[in-house]
Design a binder for this molecule. Structure first.
Ligand code: C2E
Ligand code: CA
Ligand code: CA
Ligand code: CA
Length: 273
């Protein structure tokens, strides 16, 4: 019994510590958003499966925390989402990426939109304002949303339709990991689906014959939806995905996410080639 109580104490102390750490992170994120120089964007290219041309760059947020060092989205997106800070954070990413992309006018920009952003007030107006301020062409912007976000949010479908009506492209991210995927493809007009990297990884184990990847590729071509695969790490995966008719590929094999300077060098090299 004594031991039990002891355990509970430890557990509760740990819980306290975790809650405090989250609170501290929230405060720090608020500061980071105000200061502006701790947040960074890495870019990861999406290449045409046919000829390796760079079609788009996906913006991926990073945080150089003054004490904790470099943080990835997994370290702070939950806190951002729960605190509502995801809204200003998302606006920062969009504005910064749109402004930066002026350097690379021939490719599209893909930006992730979380459930909290999708359900936030006046998302469409705020996105349009940013496009206006940065002079970014809406048809060059791809917003990546997960099935999960669409499923959870009342009104998400309407918001997505409004965004698409402005010329913005919609991408269903992490495709295959949610439910009732098919019904979503019908409810909202989607421009592209991105096959989740778990299915791409599975392909290697199964010697290329992933029923899911095959089904998505077939579905995509019959509905006129472009199919992208993420998490491509091996030549073998690349060959299979190409054979299945995926139009775009993304993953460490092709390029890791790069900081702004590296992206500049990469883009120069890829257009020179
Ligand atoms: P995601 O949209 O599925 O992005 C792909 C993630 O996989 C990125 O992780 C990327 O670095 C990683 N990745 C890319 N290629 C490979 C590969 O070949 N192998 C493996 N194992 N991983 C690969 P990252 O940057 O840590 O981002 C994680 C998630 O955080 C993203 O998943 C996205 O959902 C979210 N996220 C990132 N930036 C933003 C943002 O600005 N706003 C919002 N709302 N979410 C973001
Ligand atoms: Ca994404
Ligand atoms: Ca994804
Ligand atoms: Ca993913």
């Amino acid at each position: 019994k004594r031991e039990g109580r002891g355990c509970f104490r430890i557990f509760s102390d740990e819980l306290d510590a975790r809650i405090q750490a989250r609170r501290a992170l929230e405060t720090d994120l608020r500061c980071a958003l105000a200061a502006g120089d701790q947040l960074k964007i890495d870019y990861q290219p999406l290449l045409s499966a046919r000829d390796d041309r760079v079609m788009a760059l996906e913006a991926l947020v990073r945080w150089d925390h003054p004490r904790l060092g470099r943080l990835t989205p997994a370290d702070f997106l939950d806190v951002a989402e729960e605190s509502g800070l995801i809204v200003p954070l998302g606006e920062w990413v969009l504005e910064r990426a749109c402004a930066t992309m002026a350097k690379w006018p021939d490719v599209s920009l893909a930006v992730n939109i979380s459930p909290g952003q999708l359900s936030s007030d006046a998302l469409v107006e705020r996105v349009l304002k940013i496009l206006d301020r940065t002079g970014f062409d809406p048809t060059r912007l791809q917003l990546e949303v997960t099935e999960h976000a669409i499923l959870d949010m009342e009104g998400a479908v309407e918001t997505l339709k409004e965004l698409r009506a402005t010329g913005i492209k919609l991408v269903l991210d992490d495709f295959g990991t949610g439910y009732s995927s098919l019904s979503h493809l019908q409810k909202i007009e989607i421009d592209k689906v991105k096959i989740d990297r778990s299915f791409v990884a599975e392909m290697s184990l199964l010697g290329g014959s992933s029923a899911i990847v095959q089904a998505v590729a077939t579905l995509g071509s019959s509905l006129g939806i472009s199919v992208t695969a993420e998490g491509v790490e091996t030549e073998e995966q690349r060959a299979f995905l190409r054979a299945l008719g995926c139009e775009e590929l993304q993953g460490y094999l092709l390029s890791r996410p790069m900081n702004e300077n590296e992206t500049g060098t990469y883009m120069e090299r890829s257009t020179a080639a």
